[in-house]
Design a protein around this ligand. Structure first.
Ligand SMILES: C[S@@+](CC[C@H](N)C(=O)[O-])C[C@H]1O[C@@H](n2cnc3c(N)ncnc32)[C@H](O)[C@@H]1O
Length: 180
């Protein structure tokens, strides 16, 4: 009887694990189809990236495609900015909310970044594929206020060469800083 119970519990555990993994994999495919796969900014890089943005307390920091929210959390905790993260992947948004439990001035929304409101941003962080950045460029041109700092990790913003004021060359991804 005891052996049967253990066998049954293992079976239930495996079933939940399989269901979770299936949902997780589907959500990753969904992220990729919507424009950018989920690849997190390396934890060891976050401090350097944020330090170079000279973030100011109380300003609005928007992350487009916020993944598990690690960059936004660090910016809010360390630099006291107001953080808003947008991601198309519901699983990542819920996970970000769980990881950010108890942190003030941070929120995560399930939203296509091409429909997100960027007008309030003082800082914008993106780590996205070039094709999605290209689609975003017109929106950034139209919506971002003058002076907004745009930090693009991984890829340059084509057509914004004159706005580029700083580059951090680090492997595997460089980081580019623009001023609108
Ligand atoms: C390369 S990951 C970066 C994650 C996070 N910014 C980081 O640096 O750790 C790109 C993220 O963009 C999200 N994404 C892809 N296409 C999107 C879209 N159209 N709208 C919103 N989020 C999108 C993905 O779900 C993924 O979490």
């Amino acid at each position: 009887m005891f052996a049967f119970l253990i066998y049954f519990l293992i079976l239930i555990f495996l079933l939940f694990f399989l269901i979770f993994m299936t949902i997780y994999i589907i959500s990753l495919i969904y992220s990729s189809l919507k424009g950018s796969p989920y690849v997190a900014t390396k934890n060891q890089r976050i401090n350097e990236i944020l330090k170079n943005a000279s973030l100011k307390k109380g300003k609005i920091f928007i992350e487009l495609g916020s993944g598990d929210g690690r960059v936004l959390r660090e910016a809010v905790k360390k630099y006291k900015v107001i953080g808003i993260g947008f991601d198309i992947n519901p699983l990542l948004v819920y996970w970000s909310k769980i990881l950010s439990f108890g942190i003030k001035n941070i929120e995560f929304k399930i939203q296509d970044i091409l429909k997100a409101d960027l007008k309030k941003a003082d800082y914008l962080y993106l780590f996205l594929m070039p094709e999605l950045i290209e689609k975003l460029r017109l929106k950034m041109n139209n919506e971002l206020k003058k002076g907004t700092i745009v930090i693009s990790h991984g890829f340059k913003i084509q057509g914004w060469e004159k706005k580029l004021f700083k580059t951090i060359k680090s492997n595997p991804f460089w980081t580019f800083y623009y001023k609108k």
